[in-house]
Design a protein around this ligand. Structure first.
Ligand SMILES: [Zn+2]
Length: 292
């Protein structure tokens, strides 16, 4: 084939690929925020409203992919998986940050991949799945989840594909146990549900004081410029201040509201631009249990 014919064929193939990627992106219901660093590219996937704005963090290292959290519904988990396949690198780990179903109910989409979490979180997922909270495609997705090794937990760090990951356990905040992940080389904290961004909180754990102290402590470390949140887009350090303000309001409104509806109204009035009011609805039965 003549060189000019060859180059026009090459251009056609490239244009076809670009079109395919655009078409794919247009079909996607979630949104992806991409943050590029020298050794790592962060692709933060956020589900739309019916997926509770839950995020999956896709951390692209030089040769591999690490994913944090598996989405609430299978269709959005499949969107994450399709996006990851488009990056054309092998998935070395999927971490589950805590036991709330919006972060693992979609695990069935990732069957066959290496899934890891803390032993306490694995036990909680098994218990929740046993109560029928998993989707029908996976009666107990925790059965395939591996526990992060004692070695990694005691040292708190692991090098994956040349990138340093740090791990920490945090108790009694948004949920009962959280896996916190840091990537110190890119000053990034994978906070997941310890920090939300522009989304109402799930408050059913009712641990406002301790959650506040956790966020204040994370802020005081002065170590992370970027926070990857569990609901909402990535945020800079101002995200800590907005979380603290919201948690303080929530703690006060919980005491000063006579019922859940009043608490919800106060939150909607104070934070009119926030998404995810359904998360307040889900919290209320636990904050104001019906009288027996
Ligand atoms: Zn969540």
């Amino acid at each position: 084939m003549r060189p000019d014919r060859l180059s026009s064929l090459f251009v056609s193939v490239v244009l076809a690929l670009i079109y395919f990627q655009c078409a794919d992106a247009a079909d996607m219901k979630g949104t992806v925020t991409v943050l590029k660093y020298e050794k790592v590219t962060v692709h933060s996937y956020m589900a739309p409203a019916d997926g509770l704005f839950v995020t999956s963090q896709i951390l692209e290292t030089p040769n591999q992919i690490v994913i944090v959290d598996a989405q609430y519904t299978r269709p959005y988990a499949m969107e994450v998986l399709d996006y990851v396949r488009g990056l054309n690198k092998s998935v070395s780990r999927i971490y589950v940050s805590h036991s709330h179903p919006d972060h693992w109910n979609g695990l069935s989409a990732f069957a066959g991949y290496p899934i890891y979490t803390l032993p306490e979180i694995k036990a909680e997922i098994s218990a929740r799945a046993g109560r029928g909270q998993a989707d029908s495609a996976a009666a107990n997705p925790a059965a395939d989840v591996r526990e992060i090794s004692a070695d990694v937990l005691s040292s708190g760090k692991e090098v994956i594909d040349g990138v340093r990951f740090e791990f920490e356990k945090v108790s009694a905040a948004e949920g009962s146990v959280h896996l916190l992940i840091r990537l110190p080389e890119i000053s990034t904290l994978v906070a997941q549900d310890l920090v939300y961004n522009n989304v109402h909180l799930y408050a059913g754990q009712n641990e406002f004081d301790h959650w506040l102290s956790v966020v204040s402590e994370l802020k005081s470390r002065n170590s992370d410029a970027t926070i990857l949140t569990g609901h909402g887009k990535p945020v800079d350090r101002s995200g800590y201040d907005r979380m603290i303000a919201y948690l303080e309001d929530l703690r006060q409104f919980r005491v000063t509201s006579k019922n859940g509806e009043e608490l919800k109204q106060k939150l909607l009035e104070k934070y009119p631009a926030y998404n995810g009011s359904r998360l307040i609805d889900i919290s209320l039965p636990r904050l104001y249990p019906p009288a027996k």
